[in-house]
Unconditional design. Structure first.
Length: 365
């Protein structure tokens, strides 16, 4: 190895990092050679052997190409959580496993996440501490969710990598008994309004995609999301991606716009805030075949939660909670509740009395 590189390895790595930071602010489409050349110029070295710069190549691959992720992405997983630069949790279909990571420092881990956001033209910093976007790693499409260290008491950033299936899922994946399979197929065929509930990672989106696969190809579907997850190949699907940072591009805006686009069905990726208002009002004006997901602990909790969201986000409305509950229970036909990738119950909504929803459980696992 070149004596200078040998004797001042740590100092040279620091210089290399500084050039990397400087160059990535101009463009994230940089190569190892560009950073190396800038470093060698500062050191007044005209050339060096490849083996002499392996430690620099290793650092570049780790930070710029996310090589420290490679081992975990090759596992069978539904989600990978990097709680820090040294703690990783891999969640599979059946079990969770925790691992220690010792191949990257805290500062390099942070830099790798910042570069990942830059590569995807996503703002992620103190001002915008949460970011979610799709990435392709190891030829897999994943949803990356970043949480900035400024939100954490221990000043540690986190990254969540959720697997997204490229193939279209089917109901057969859920190993349902015949009666439940028939129920779901019938409620889709009848254009019932469906709410799919469950916790994070329970399989809500996968089930939604499998139900979309049952819809007649002659129908026009409008799918509204804030991150592309519903990647079905339905020939009549119009997909709109919301962006809360841009005026007139929120899910609420898109819900309103979509009703002017002659939809046979309106599908919202997830109910979280203001989009619940036009979605429910669309149901109330006679639109059928609407579908969405919501975070809830049970089917009845899903009805209460969507009522609460409507109450919170229907601006200037003095409608009582009991009337909102009545509106919800009049227009949502079925709630399908999921846990751990399994359909736990299918409930037919009958109506309400006061703030209490009434329903019939037509299937229970």
């Amino acid at each position: 190895m070149n004596n200078l590189l040998q004797d001042y390895k740590n100092d040279i790595l620091l210089l290399f990092k500084n050039h990397y930071k400087r160059l990535t602010t101009k463009s994230v489409d940089i190569t190892f050679k560009e950073v190396l050349d800038a470093t060698l110029i500062d050191l007044d070295i005209k050339s060096t052997k490849n083996e002499d710069t392996l430690f620099l190549q290793s650092w570049f691959n780790n930070v710029h190409s996310l090589n420290y992720l490679q081992h975990f992405i090759e596992m069978n997983f539904t989600e990978i959580i990097f709680h820090s630069h040294e703690s990783v949790q891999v969640i599979g279909l059946i079990e969770k496993n925790s691992y220690e990571l010792n191949s990257i420092s805290s500062s390099d881990f942070q830099m790798s996440l910042e570069v990942l956001a830059l590569k995807h033209q996503v703002s992620w910093n103190y001002k915008d501490p949460f970011a979610s976007f799709n990435v392709v790693l190891n030829n897999q499409t994943l949803r990356a969710t970043l949480i900035h260290y400024s939100t954490s008491a221990n000043s540690k950033s986190k990254v969540f990598l959720r697997s997204i299936q490229n193939s279209t899922p089917t109901l057969a994946m859920f190993n349902l008994p015949h009666e439940a399979d028939i129920i779901l197929k019938n409620i889709v065929k009848e254009k019932s309004n469906i709410l799919i509930s469950g916790g994070t990672g329970s399989g809500k989106t996968t089930l939604m995609r499998s139900l979309i696969n049952l819809i007649d190809h002659n129908e026009h579907l409008i799918v509204l999301e804030d991150t592309y997850e519903i990647l079905n190949a339905h020939p009549g699907q119009t997909s709109l991606l919301a962006n809360k940072e841009q005026a007139n591009k929120s899910l609420k805006d898109y819900c309103a716009y979509s009703l002017r686009m002659s939809p046979d069905r309106l599908i919202v990726g997830e109910m979280r805030s203001t989009e619940v208002v036009p979605f429910l009002l669309a149901m109330n004006t006679g639109h059928k075949g609407l579908m969405s997901t919501i975070h809830a602990s049970s089917a009845v909790d899903a009805l209460s939660r969507i009522s609460l969201l409507f109450s919170l986000f229907s601006e200037g409305s003095d409608i009582s909670f009991s009337l909102v509950t009545k509106l919800v229970c009049k227009n949502v036909d079925y709630v399908v509740h999921m846990e751990h990738k399994k359909i736990i119950e299918i409930c037919r909504v009958i109506g309400s009395e006061g703030e209490t929803p009434f329903y019939e459980r037509v299937y229970e696992a």
